[in-house]
Design a binder for this molecule. Structure first.
Ligand code: NAP
Length: 283
């Protein structure tokens, strides 16, 4: 698409953002949709976040994505939060409606869509174990609870954060049984008893099996294993281990694609070209 006087902007606020795959993916989508929209990286230091958000209004951006480290603090700078952002207590998508900024969070919906594209899962029967209790774990746990998962085990190095997330899930979804634990023998049993196994820690970007937050020998063919961590060029250690064990595997790139497509749909109101976006993520 030629940039001209009519071009509208969408950006991604983060620090850093140079590694982000979203500009590739979103610009490919807008091009295929024939929309005069350009998606730009916006490196913003934490101290400048408020000014950057004011800039989105001033420069009439259509909206923005938000990534590390701004997903939580940006919530307090917006006019409204939709239910997904409120439940996740974090925002990854902003919509600018004539100066009124609304925060959404598409991570959870993106995760569910990527998972259902990968495996046939009856969520009402799918006990789940999530390793990690940060922002990504929270979005995914809330989305799974909303999808009807009956039991969620949260395993995190820092127990207080798992306990905090447990309380949030229970407050929002009282019918879901939630257990919080550190990675110990009991957590290993929770893994064996679960259908869905999720790595929502930041472990696994690089390195060997030591950078998987649990013993991969406990995985079996019946498991649906999801790694939120993604790398574009190499397989994550968990993907290698899960496939070796015959488990069904969903990778972080699939979630990235689907959360991005959900954002595209929110900004444009149109069905996003998933295949074009998927191709843009290929190495
Ligand atoms: P975060 O809020 O910083 O949380 C990080 C989590 O990882 C915490 O639970 C932390 O445990 C745990 N952790 C970090 N280092 C660890 C270690 N050495 N050993 C054990 N646990 C460790 O980050 P986040 O936003 O949730 O992101 C987590 C991962 O998900 C990142 O890799 C991110 O890129 C990925 N992600 C992917 C997508 C996607 O679309 N695929 C979307 C969002 C996030 P403590 O609480 O003990 O510190």
């Amino acid at each position: 698409m030629e940039i001209n006087g009519e071009t509208r902007l969408i950006g991604i606020l983060g620090d850093p953002v140079s590694h982000s795959l979203s500009p590739r993916m979103q610009n490919a989508a807008f091009d295929a949709m024939g929309l005069n929209i350009t998606y730009v990286p916006l490196p913003v230091a934490p101290a400048q976040l408020e000014a950057a958000v004011a800039g989105l209004r001033a420069m009439r951006f259509i909206g923005a994505n938000v990534t590390i480290p701004h997903k939580v603090p940006v919530s307090g700078l917006l006019d409204r939060l939709d239910v997904s952002a409120r439940r996740a207590a974090a925002v990854n998508t902003i919509v600018n409606d004539d100066g009124v900024l609304t925060g959404h969070n598409t991570d959870g919906a993106g995760f569910i869509r990527a998972l259902t594209e990968t495996a046939v899962v009856d969520f009402r029967q799918a006990a789940t174990v999530i390793f990690g209790a940060g922002g990504a774990a929270r979005s995914v746990a809330m989305a799974l609870a909303g999808a009807g998962v009956p039991e969620i085990a949260l395993v995190n190095r820092t127990l207080a954060k798992a306990d905090e997330l447990k309380a949030l899930i229970e407050a929002e979804f009282p019918a879901v049984t939630v257990v919080a634990s550190v990675p110990d023998a009991a957590a290993a049993r929770l893994l064996s008893a679960s259908k869905i196994v999720i790595n929502a820690t930041s472990l696994g970007m690089v390195g060997d099996l030591k950078s998987v937050p649990f013993d991969v020998d406990k995985l079996s063919e019946g498991h649906v294993v999801c790694d939120l961590v993604y790398t574009r060029s190499t397989a994550t250690p968990l993907s290698v281990a899960a496939k070796k064990k015959g488990a069904t595997f969903m990778g972080g790139l699939q979630m990235l694609l689907m959360q991005g497509a959900a954002s595209t749909q929110i900004w444009t109101g149109k069905e996003p070209p998933i295949d074009v976006m998927r191709k843009a993520l290929e190495p």
